[in-house]
Design a protein around this ligand. Structure first.
Ligand SMILES: Nc1ncnc2c1ncn2[C@@H]1O[C@H](COP(=O)(O)OP(=O)(O)O)[C@@H](O)[C@H]1O
Ligand SMILES: [Mg+2]
Length: 402
């Protein structure tokens, strides 16, 4: 979190707001105490885990659905209940929730697992099989069932392969007393197809699917959270249904819908008014889109950034050849080796695919075909993001003013 974020959050919280009653209720990591339209998934996940109360090993589960369909919220909600009941009925069991987007290496996942069974391991230095051995002996001496939740497990597999998953699904064969259940969660519906068939069948002992929400469901979800989040009467008519219908068009993502509602409230607050209107929602949508684009640009590799920079210099639209000439000039300026025009042409296609630029094939008569390339993103946002990188400052100052 940046210093701005930290100060802004605290400062905002200390101001008494005209708009918000409790804005935390709209944050993505808040777990509400009700999850409407997810009864089926909640009861399915709980019945899969329930055998723990008889001391049996629950089946492994594979949970999938697009982002913002409530997978993380449902699983965490069930885990809270699970803990409540295990302690109420004096059952001992453990669980370990790991988000593989943050802990995205085999070693870090294992370190987390070790931690949850009370084994401290150093940050680095041990081999994975040694860490495994220690986890297994801890599980055997604890003798309790362990549920391992691997959220966004595709991040781990994309980075490190499915070796760890394979070992985890086989770990029960090595245990004398403990029992391990794996709950794998993913936003990437195609991911499971690429897995080792043995991992696939073992992880998929049970499956729970999270379909996207429709506009009516999103409206219901938002309304219930809004009651706690906003002061009474601040939301204009149609604000919630507008957030819901925009998010429903973009694959039914509840996170997007909640973000839009929260940002709309923040914009109204900044303006010092005491009503959130549909115009605020539309501005919120644009603000969020800019953030998304900024995030994408930030993580691009160097040569893709240089292509974008080339497009900020000179005329409105140009051919791959034009872009390549400017690009080479920038490379010379930065003292980096340029890649081939062929590769630049691929980069142009990639940027076109994520929607940051627009590349249109046009015919040039007997000269054949070429692509006309245009920026398809807010220029100020693009410059602001690229400026954050020190080595681009000179380019932005010297080349753009020509
Ligand atoms: N049925 C629901 N009721 C209330 N809030 C929900 C519901 N489904 C999702 N949310 C909220 O939407 C956001 C995204 O949900 P999340 O569980 O993180 O999605 P996923 O893990 O599928 O990407 C979270 O803030 C979550 O609390
Ligand atoms: Mg999630």
């Amino acid at each position: 979190m940046s210093v701005d974020d930290i100060f802004r959050r605290i400062a905002e919280r200390s101001l008494s707001s005209n708009i918000f009653n409790d804005r935390e209720v709209l944050r993505p990591d808040y777990i509400p105490n009700e999850l409407p339209h997810r009864d089926e998934q909640i009861s399915k996940v709980s019945s899969i885990l329930a055998p723990i109360f008889r001391g049996e090993r629950p089946s492994n589960v594979f949970i999938y659905g697009l982002t913002g369909t409530g997978k993380t919220a449902v699983v965490k909600y069930v885990l809270i209940k699970f803990e409540e009941y295990t302690s109420r009925f004096g059952k001992s069991s453990k669980y370990s929730y790991i988000n593989c987007r943050y802990d995205d290496t085999t070693y870090r996942v294992l370190a987390r697992l070790a931690d949850s069974v009370g084994v401290r391991i150093p940050f680095t230095g041990l081999s994975t099989s040694e860490v495994f051995r220690r986890i297994i002996s801890a599980l055997d001496s604890l003798g309790v069932p362990l549920v391992v939740i691997l959220d966004e497990v595709d991040s781990l597999v994309k980075k490190c392969g499915d070796e760890l998953l394979y070992r985890l699904t086989r770990v029960n064969e090595e245990l004398r007393k403990g029992k391990v259940t794996i709950v794998g969660i993913t936003n990437d519906v195609n991911f499971i197809e690429g897995l080792d068939p043995r991992v696939k069948s073992s992880l998929g002992e049970e499956e729970v699917v999270f379909p996207p929400y429709d506009a009516v469901q999103l409206e219901d979800i938002l309304s219930r959270r809004a009651i706690r989040a906003f002061k009474p009467g601040v939301l204009d008519d149609g604000v919630i249904s507008l957030c819901a219908s925009i998010a429903a068009k973009e694959h039914g993502d509840a996170r997007r819908a909640l973000d839009m509602l929260r940002v709309a409230g923040e914009i109204a607050e900044r303006e010092g008014v005491c009503k959130v209107t549909k115009e605020h929602v539309l501005s919120a949508r644009m603000e969020i889109e800019k953030d998304r684009v900024a995030e994408v640009i930030k993580t691009l590799p160097l040569h893709s950034k240089l292509v974008l920079l080339s497009l900020t210099i000179g005329g409105e639209s140009r051919t791959t050849g034009d872009v390549y000439n400017v690009y080479r000039e920038l490379c010379r300026y930065l003292n980096v080796d340029p890649v081939t025009q062929r590769r630049i042409s691929d980069i142009v296609s990639e940027l076109d695919m994520v929607g940051i630029i627009n590349a249109k094939v046009v015919s040039r008569g007997r000269y054949g075909k070429t692509r006309l390339i245009k920026l398809n993103t807010d220029l100020d946002t693009l410059i602001r993001v690229l400026k954050e990188e020190e080595r681009f400052e000179g380019i932005i100052k010297n080349f753009r003013s020509r």
